[in-house]
Write a protein that binds this ligand. Structure first.
Ligand code: FE2
Ligand code: FE2
Length: 315
């Protein structure tokens, strides 16, 4: 793609036009301002990057087309002076597959690191992925009108990033993590920071959904959660789904400060929080799929990590 110093697209090949939804008649008018979004930093830096900076090195541009994240490796060269000043050539290669493999591996390594720290087991994290996928698929198939933002990309993504909800606990002191039953207010404030810490850790990796899950999974539908007391639809959908998945699994698990609950008791607790802790429609989706939750919990216990991975990647 060729553009001038005002970022106006002068010419481009068909693949570029299709990918970025640019019509031939828009050449010479439409701006390629998306080149200025360096989402690799996790922060959109619109119009703040001078062209010579962009030209220094190839960079990764994350672009969302029809709900799909595409990663491009962008290289910009000067191709001489024209009537409208300097012209530039942007060579863009789709590196999505390479990028996503690299990101998946890095996220996996992060999760492994967090297991040394937290007393959560890897099957808990895998089960939270599986429940989140069950709810998302159910909403996609049966309640698409109420949840138009859910598509296949959303389902695939949440099935991986749900496990990252507590990644910020890497930054929580061990002595606080190991006494979760009897916390002072100050200690609980430190625990709460795992949400913000998680978003910080994921600021350059895993994309927006991973950050939202880490940051908002303790927000509650009625506004009584943390860290920001967000309410209802102000809480991103992915975090509303993971919140329920995480609580269900926590209720079913034995911890040194509590006994495990049978499925029906956990179900009743979640149902009672319809419109309280949880989004009412997500509770409805849970009540419509609760047997799947029970099956996942019963099938995947400690020592069965391999089967969980098989189920996650079988579709
Ligand atoms: Fe958490
Ligand atoms: Fe959890």
């Amino acid at each position: 793609m060729v553009f001038d110093s005002t970022f106006t697209i002068i010419s481009a090949n068909t693949v570029f036009l299709q990918t970025f939804n640019v019509k031939i008649e828009e050449l010479g008018k439409r701006k390629a301002d998306f080149l200025l979004y360096q989402s690799v930093t996790g922060i959109s830096q619109f119009n703040t990057i001078p062209l010579d900076e962009l030209q220094k090195d190839a960079y990764i541009l994350m672009y969302i087309a029809e709900g799909m994240e595409i990663s491009f490796c962008v290289d910009i060269f000067t191709i001489g002076d024209g009537v409208r000043g300097k012209y530039f050539y942007a060579l863009m290669r789709d590196v999505s597959v390479m990028e996503s493999r690299f990101i998946d591996k890095s996220l996996h390594a992060l999760i492994k690191a967090s297991l040394y720290k937290d007393n959560d087991t890897s099957v808990h994290l895998d089960r939270v992925n599986l429940y989140s996928r069950v709810i998302s698929e159910h909403l996609f198939r049966h309640h698409h009108d109420q949840f138009p933002e859910i598509n296949q990309f959303f389902i695939d993504k949440i099935s991986v990033v749900a496990a990252l909800h507590d990644i910020g606990k890497i930054g929580t002191p061990d002595w606080i993590l190991s006494k979760p039953s009897d916390l002072t207010e100050a200690e609980f404030d430190v625990i709460k920071e795992h949400t913000v810490n998680g978003a910080f850790i994921l600021s350059s990796l895993g994309g927006e959904m991973a950050r939202d899950v880490a940051l908002f999974h303790h927000e509650r539908w009625d506004g009584s959660g943390y860290p920001y007391n967000l309410k209802e639809h102000d809480i991103p959908l992915c975090a509303r789904i993971v919140a329920l998945a995480d609580v269900y699994d926590a209720l079913r698990m034995a911890r040194f400060y509590k006994n495990p609950l049978p499925h029906d008791e956990a179900k009743a607790i979640i149902a009672a929080e319809r419109g309280g802790h949880f989004d009412p429609l997500i509770v409805d989706a849970f009540l419509e799929t609760d047997q799947e939750f029970a099956r996942i919990f019963n099938n995947y216990r400690k020592g069965q990590e391999a089967e969980v991975i098989e189920e996650l990647f079988s579709v």
